[in-house]
Ligand binder design. Structure first.
Ligand code: AMP
Length: 216
């Protein structure tokens, strides 16, 4: 089963992708995480994309399409994957369709995580993740059970994204409205789009997604 999670920054795509990974044995393909890994490794790609990401703009389509094409060729994707943060433009969506066609793969569900734009800034500003296993947390909505200790791996180091500041967040939301929101009618037209209320509690959103996957 291959899925796309579609929604603005802060909608909870990463959180739900981690749940889906755990419960369904799918692999989370977060293009944002891949780009951040490229930056941390100091690769040519990382150097090329760092300033773009820090500005809140989108990385060029060719780079992203190549990245996803190479990633979906890897063995761990044969059981199914969750696209988190891709596609983000119509050109990426069209390229994805062609690419999957060629590989004999397809997308089974496109899930829109719908959320009021006003709450996004608050959600994004408070988020952080475990430096060890990547588990996501939030200052207000999802604290670790024991302060300063990861619930999943016991690590005590946490990180915050450099692009999670108010100014960059505004630009990322603008980029979503201008470039990614047009994908909603694109997928609606193919009758593959289902919408979940991403403002609900995390567990409720997970349950709603399960209902979609169950074919309801
Ligand atoms: P994310 O972690 O998904 O919020 O992505 C963080 C940043 O990475 C975005 O603001 C973009 O600069 C870049 N990025 C991630 N995925 C894509 C994509 N599919 N297309 C273009 N840029 C992307």
């Amino acid at each position: 089963m291959n899925l796309i999670l579609l929604g603005p920054p802060g909608a909870g795509k990463g959180t739900q992708a981690q749940e889906l990974e755990r419960c369904h044995g799918l692999v989370q393909l977060s293009t944002g995480d891949m780009l951040r890994a490229a930056i941390s490794s100091g690769s040519d790609l990382g150097q090329e994309v760092k300033s773009i990401m820090d500005s809140g703009a989108l990385v060029p389509d060719e780079i992203m399409i190549r990245m996803i094409s190479e990633r979906t060729d890897q063995l761990d994707c044969t059981n199914g994957f969750i696209l988190d943060g891709f596609p983000r433009t119509t050109a990426q969506a069209e390229a994805l369709d062609d690419m999957l066609d060629e590989k004999g793969m397809k997308i089974d569900h496109v899930i829109e995580m719908s959320v009021d734009a006003q709450v996004l800034t608050k959600r994004i500003a408070g988020r952080f993740s475990c430096a060890g296993c990547g588990a996501g947390y939030h200052d207000e909505f999802q604290k670790p059970a024991k302060d300063g200790v990861c619930d999943h791996c016991g690590n005590t180091e946490f990180t915050r994204r450099s692009d999670d500041n108010a100014e960059t967040v505004r630009k990322r939301l603008d980029a979503y409205e201008a470039q990614t929101a047009p994908l909603l009618p694109y997928y609606r037209g193919k009758d593959s789009l289902r919408t979940v209320d991403a403002l609900a509690e995390i567990a409720e959103v997970t349950a709603e997604i399960e209902t979609v996957l169950g074919g309801a």
